[in-house]
Each structure stands twice: as C-alpha cells, then as structure tokens.
Ligand binder design. Structure first.
Ligand code: NAD
Ligand code: GLY
Length: 372
C-alpha cells in the first residue's frame, strides 16, 4: 500500500437535536483522548471499550494509552468477531461488562471495530441505563463510510437483519484510515460496495472518480488522495442525508439502496457466507435489473453499475435461492410499509427514487426469472 494520507478532515453531521463531528485523521487513534476532551467528555469519565480479537490486538493499546494520557478510566471487552455475534446475547455480554465496570449514566462506551462492533456497542449504549453516550472508532472501510455515521444501532433477529435496534447518535466518530492497513482485501471490497452505493444514490462525481481509478480491488491500488476523497465524499453524503431525516421517515431510506435484496441474501444464505457489502453489491445489481424491467433507468447506466461492481471484484451473481423463501423474507423486511414493499430504485447514476408501487406479482415474476 502507498503511504496513507495525512487526513485531518472534520465533517459535521448537522442533526438538529444532536449534531456531532466525524474526524478523519491518519494515526488519529493516538489522539483519541484529546478529541474526547475537545468534545466535552470530562477527564475521569469511565469508558467501556468494545472490540473484537483482531482489532483489539492491533489497536486497543494505542487507544487505551491515549485515553489514559487524557485522564480517562478505561476497561475493554473483547467479543468474538462476526455477524453471528450480532444478537441480543451479544448485547447481554456488553451489559454484563457494564455492570462489572460500574458503567454509570455519565460514562461512555467506545466501539473499536467494524460495523458489527459499532452496531452492537451503540445499541448496548442506547439501552444501558436508558441511554448513555458512545463513541464510534470504526476500523473497516464499511464502518468508516457508513455504519459509524447516522446513529442506526442494533442486532439481528433470527427472522431478519437488524430487526431489533434504536436510533442513538454517537458523540463523535473518530476515523483513523491508518487502521485500514491491516484490513483484509475482501473486507475492503465489501466496504467499496457502500461507496459505490453513494455514487448511485446521489454523488455522480464519486461514481466517475471510481470509474477512473484503474484498479479497485485492494487498498494497495489506491493512492493517498483517492482514499481521502472516497472516505470524505462518502461520509459527507451520508451526513447530509441523515441530517435531513434522522429517523428515516423519508429520504434516509435511499441509503438502503441495494439492501432490500441484499438482506434476503444475508438472511437465506446464512450470515457470514456473504459479507454485508457483498450482499449489498448483488442487491444493487438485482434492483438494477428490476429497474430495467420497469424502464426506470437506461441499460447503459445498469452496465456502468455492473462494470464498477465487477472492477471491485465483488460478487456479481444472484445466488441459488429457494424462491418460495425469498418473498416471505422480503415481506418481513423493515422497508415494508403498509404491507407494500418499498424499493430504492435507480433512475440514473447519481439519482434514485423510492417506489412502493411494485406489486407482489411483479416481484414474483422478477424473482422467477432472475438470471444474472
Ligand atoms: P465486521 O464488523 O464484521 O468486520 C469485518 C471483519 O474485519 C471482522 O472480522 C473484524 O474483526 C475485522 N476487522 C475490523 N477492522 C479491522 C482492521 N482494521 N484490520 C483487520 N481486521 C479488521 O464487518 P463490517 O463490514 O465492518 O460491518 C458489517 C456490519 O455493519 C453489518 O452487521 C451491517 O448490518 C452493519 N451496518 C450498519 C450500518 C448502520 O448504519 N448502522 C450501515 C452499514 C452496515
Ligand atoms: N445504512 C443505512 C442508514 O444508515 O440509514
């Protein structure tokens, strides 16, 4: 990998009742304590850090040292990694650790890890003592550009992804791109799926920037400025959408582009067989196909989306799923409104719309012929 850029960007998430900043700083883990003080978190505050083994081994000590230097009192809980851990049982483990560490209303939880750790820690914080503050320190590309920003926290139910959760905004998001150095390429590619999503839903320029990079399947192929621009543009896109509609009563739903079919794949193929970003990539292709059938966008745009996903070396084939199972999972999705499925459907690269007029028959027909 080329040397990482010296990022020091601050992006505001201007949510009315709870604005906060996303700080992007290379080697920023080393100054995490100072950032917390600057945010108004007082010296002496108890911090429960939640992480998982790979991440804790590499980065927890740097974070803890910085917290100690700034006068914080920290304890760490290391949970097993993986989507299968994202359950209410996992939340109980965090709550048990909160009891042991005597985490009080003025204490904070800190998520150090990917989206799984972030979603779980946020939900544990939202439900501990009816809600305490938490901080996101994302260490995967996916968590940096998406999961850590916007306050969606939660866990999976056996019948569906992320069905249990709460909106709970972090106090601050600290992104240290240096931590991506150790991220496996497959995880990097999964994060790129969410980056492509931002391009399709609203940032045409981001999509073009990605198209113009010759190789996108590994962080090693990006130069400093490209990585900086990708993270910044993605976070800015997310921050702006979330600020308009924190609780997803409208426009925020467009962030779920590719997720409706993606969740079906994750659910029916077993969590872990496809990474979240991989399922989203196939989900974007699926809704792209449906959009073609509904004449919602042009073939050339669908091809551009396919080519970009292929360039990242994300999966591009719909898995062999039992069709009788797909519809019930789709209808159990959170995006069902008044019994109708809501799809985020592309119109052009950089523009999507929310459609809730696609009939069950249309979907059945589409699923029975799905062939990509
Ligand atoms: P993840 O949290 O499972 O992390 C992936 C793997 O990478 C784990 O094994 C982890 O230990 C390892 N890892 C993390 N950082 C590392 C690093 N720097 N170096 C080496 N290994 C590292 O996966 P993810 O893709 O980050 O997150 C997926 C989750 O995020 C899903 O549960 C998804 O539902 C959720 N999500 C939430 C939101 C939201 O808005 N809350 C948005 C998108 C996704
Ligand atoms: N990842 C979708 C959202 O935050 O709304």
């Amino acid at each position: 990998m080329t040397a990482l850029p010296n990022l020091t960007s601050r992006i505001k998430v201007p949510i009315q009742r709870n604005p906060y900043e996303v700080v992007i700083r290379n080697q920023g883990l080393k100054s995490a304590g100072e950032e917390l003080i600057a945010t108004g978190i007082k010296k002496g505050t108890k911090c429960l850090i939640v992480s998982n083994p790979e991440v804790a081994e590499k980065y927890a000590q740097t974070l803890i040292s910085s917290l100690i230097e700034s006068g914080f009192d920290s304890t760490i809980l290391v949970l097993e990694a993986g989507e299968e851990q994202k359950t209410l049982e996992g939340i109980s483990q965090i709550h048990d650790a909160a009891v042991d560490a005597k985490i009080e209303r003025g204490s904070i939880m800190i998520a150090l890890g990917g989206g799984v750790v972030g979603d779980m820690t946020g939900f544990a914080a939202a439900t501990w003592l009816r809600g305490i503050s938490f901080v996101q320190v994302p260490t995967t590309l996916l968590a940096m550009v998406d999961a850590s920003v916007g306050g969606k926290t939660g866990v999976n139910h056996s019948r569906g992804k992320n069905l249990i959760g709460a909106f709970h905004q972090p106090k601050i998001v600290l992104i240290d791109p240096y931590t991506l150095k150790s991220l496996p390429d497959r995880e990097f590619r999964a994060g790129m799926a969410e980056v492509i999503k931002y391009g399709v839903i609203g940032d045409k320029r981001l999509f073009e920037i990605l198209e113009n990079i010759s190789s996108l399947d590994s962080l090693n192929n990006l130069n400093d400025n490209q990585l900086k621009e990708i993270i910044e543009r993605s976070v800015t896109a997310k921050a702006n959408i979330v600020a308009k509609d924190e609780l997803e009563s409208g426009i925020r739903a467009i962030l779920n582009y590719g997720h409706t079919f993606g969740h079906v794949i994750e659910n029916l193929c077993g969590y872990g067989n496809y990474l979240h970003g991989e399922a989203v990539a196939i989900g974007m292709l699926a809704i792209g196909e449906l959009a073609l059938i509904k004449k919602n966008w042009k073939k050339e745009d669908a091809i551009r989306q396919y080519n970009l996903i292929k360039k990242v070396k994300l999966p591009t084939r719909w898995p062999d799923l039992d069709l009788d199972k797909v519809l019930p999972v789709l209808m159990g999705d959170k995006k069902v409104k008044d019994g109708n499925l809501r799809f985020i459907m592309p119109k052009t690269i950089g523009n999507v719309e929310i459609r809730d007029d696609i009939s069950k028959t249309d979907i059945e027909k589409f699923l029975s012929r799905i062939n990509f």
